[in-house]
Design a protein around this ligand. Structure first.
Ligand code: SF4
Length: 380
């Protein structure tokens, strides 16, 4: 999950000057070694509030609770081991990590040097450097049994050394956790930055970088930034020269749907050493929703090109996946490439799907994208 936040959270007993505090929630019967940032989670009704978190002076003195946060109903799901950032002065609480979620993603910045037509997280030109500081505190609180964590933005590498330090910190505190970073790859046009990342030697690291077209003008148009294609491709070459695992991510929209096969051939010829390629259906949120009439194409209408493109990269020996595509609009010959890629907390099915015999294998839909989906959804 990506950070969810709630406003108007009632905080009692905090100093008015207390700007921001990072906390790990702890149930009363937890056997985990206590940390000074632990707070007690009480799932009982107090003063009519459905759930309450009581913050004690220290994890060893719960009985002396003196600071209380009344959680709003939308945060009822919080549980033992979850990590939150609280801003008592503004009554804002953000969920940074959920222990029971298989898909935790840390947003490190909302700034970006792209302005993609279909961006699901539209960039903001703000100073949000506090996020890195917050994550420095949060990472030691995350369970080291976590299977995978994503890093996303904005563009994470705009943080420069702070980004590298975050990767280092994750390696130190979460040595068994796979790390998957989403980046536009341009920062790695500087070979020394690619070398610095590789030098961290994270044992289970992958970076996902989009290439949307087989030629510069179309890619640069989709990401709304001149020179992007050239720097991204050279960035990928530098990363691979340093042995960093790279995934190429292709979001399919009307503008590139007719050249999917050429793009697959470009990858097969020029970047055959990449570690994974994903063909992704649109998530209709953010700029994708605002630009929907410009960029929308029914996935049913590009299914033949998608099949040929996926077959091309697969035949070139590149691990290939289809993300966010429902099985009933994908040709059967590439069903084996379709993954259940939508995070649990934002995935849903249509009423039609209730009678479908393959629902348990199907990616389903983004809950954020109810406004538009293929017109060819049919239960199998
Ligand atoms: S009907 Fe629904 S569950 Fe079945 S394949 Fe289509 S989208 Fe998936």
């Amino acid at each position: 999950m990506l950070a969810q936040s709630a406003r108007g959270v009632e905080c009692r007993g905090f100093s008015p000057n207390e700007q921001r505090v990072v906390l790990r929630l702890r149930s009363a019967d937890s056997t985990a070694p206590p940390l000074s940032s632990d707070c007690l989670l009480e799932p009982e009704n107090v003063n009519g509030s459905p759930t309450i978190a009581t913050f004690a002076a220290s994890p060893r003195s719960y009985t002396g609770a003196f600071r209380t946060v009344l959680l709003p109903p939308e945060l009822e799901y919080l549980g033992d081991g979850d990590v939150v950032a609280l801003e008592p002065s503004r009554g804002v609480l953000r969920v940074l990590y959920r222990r029971n979620s298989p898909s935790n993603s840390l947003l490190v910045t909302e700034r970006c040097n792209h302005y993609c037509l279909m961006c699901s997280q539209p960039p903001k030109n703000i100073d949000d450097s506090y996020i890195y500081a917050e994550l420095d505190e949060a990472i030691p609180l995350i369970s080291n049994d976590t299977r995978e964590i994503g890093i996303t933005g904005g563009e994470p590498t705009l943080g420069g050394d702070r980004f590298l330090n975050l990767v280092r910190s994750m390696k130190t505190y979460l040595p068994r956790t796979a790390l998957h970073v989403l980046s536009n790859g341009r920062r790695f046009v500087d070979p020394s930055f690619a070398k610095a990342l590789a030098g961290i030697s994270h044992s289970d690291f992958m970076i996902g970088i989009p290439i949307y077209a087989d030629y510069a003008a179309l890619h640069d148009y989709i990401v709304q930034s001149d020179g992007a294609f050239d720097e991204t491709v050279r960035g990928i070459l530098n990363l691979k020269a340093q042995g960093v695992r790279v995934e190429v991510r292709i979001v399919v929209l009307k503008q590139n749907s007719e050249r999917l096969v050429q793009l697959a051939e470009f990858l097969a010829r020029n970047l055959t050493f990449i570690d994974h390629v994903t063909f992704m259906a649109l998530e209709v949120t953010g700029f994708a929703r605002a630009n929907l009439e410009l960029i929308w194409i029914d996935p049913h209408d590009y299914r033949i090109a998608l099949t040929e493109a996926a077959r091309t990269t697969e035949a070139a020996g590149i691990r290939t996946s289809l993300y966010n595509h429902q099985l009933c609009i994908v040709e059967r010959e590439v069903w084996h490439l379709a993954r259940k890629s939508i995070s649990d907390w934002k995935q849903e099915y249509l009423p039609t799907c209730a009678t479908c015999s393959i629902q348990d294998q199907c990616a389903g839909f983004f809950a954020t994208g109810r406004t538009r989906h293929s017109a060819y959804i049919v239960a199998q």
